[in-house]
Design a protein around this ligand. Structure first.
Ligand SMILES: [Zn+2]
Length: 176
């Protein structure tokens, strides 16, 4: 019995994903969806988009999916109304460019949606792995619809390399 316990598990790859790993993957898909959605909406071209808070044009890869209310709290982390493209200056260095973001939200959705997001932000939600898989599926489907319309692939083949997972977890932990 003892020697069996010491032996390495052979089916390690089939183990269920961790919450942080699956959350990072869901976030990455969410980010791809939001950036594609907003690039198309602001320039008509999925490769370029305008920052929602300063209006600068940047290529897809240099844009962040920036939260209006920081996604540290799970309840608003994947809320599409709470996430829009931002340049890195606004998202990271200006900590979301909060004043301009508020102006943008007010114009786009109105005060009621802002109030709703703020109310949701106070809810405490602990994700289960299956819920994160549902979010992945949700955003993957949305991306697939755009891919069909555009005739291109938006999800990179290396969506979740070890490095990507590390970066995404870092991103989720260090949001404003
Ligand atoms: Zn900006």
């Amino acid at each position: 019995m003892k020697s069996e316990m010491i032996a390495k598990p052979r089916k390690r790859r089939k183990r269920k994903g961790t919450i942080s790993g699956e959350k990072a993957k869901a976030w990455r898909l969410c980010s791809i969806y939001i950036r594609s959605r907003d690039c198309l909406a602001t320039t008509g071209n999925v490769n370029f988009g305008l920052c929602c808070t300063c209006g600068v044009e940047k290529p897809f890869m240099k844009l962040d999916a920036g939260h209006f209310i920081a996604g540290r709290h799970n309840a608003v982390l994947f809320d599409e109304r709470n996430i829009h493209i931002q340049c890195k200056t606004c998202n990271a260095f200006l900590e979301g460019n909060r004043l301009e973001y508020n102006r943008f939200m007010l114009k786009k959705y109105g005060q009621e949606v802002i109030n709703d997001l703020e109310r949701r932000d106070k809810e405490v939600i602990q994700f289960k792995v299956f819920e994160l898989l549902d979010w992945q599926e949700y955003f993957r489907k949305k991306i697939e619809v755009m891919e069909k319309e555009l005739g291109i692939n938006l999800i990179p083949k290396d969506l979740m390399t070890r490095n990507n997972i590390k970066n995404q977890i870092h991103h989720l932990l260090h949001q404003r």
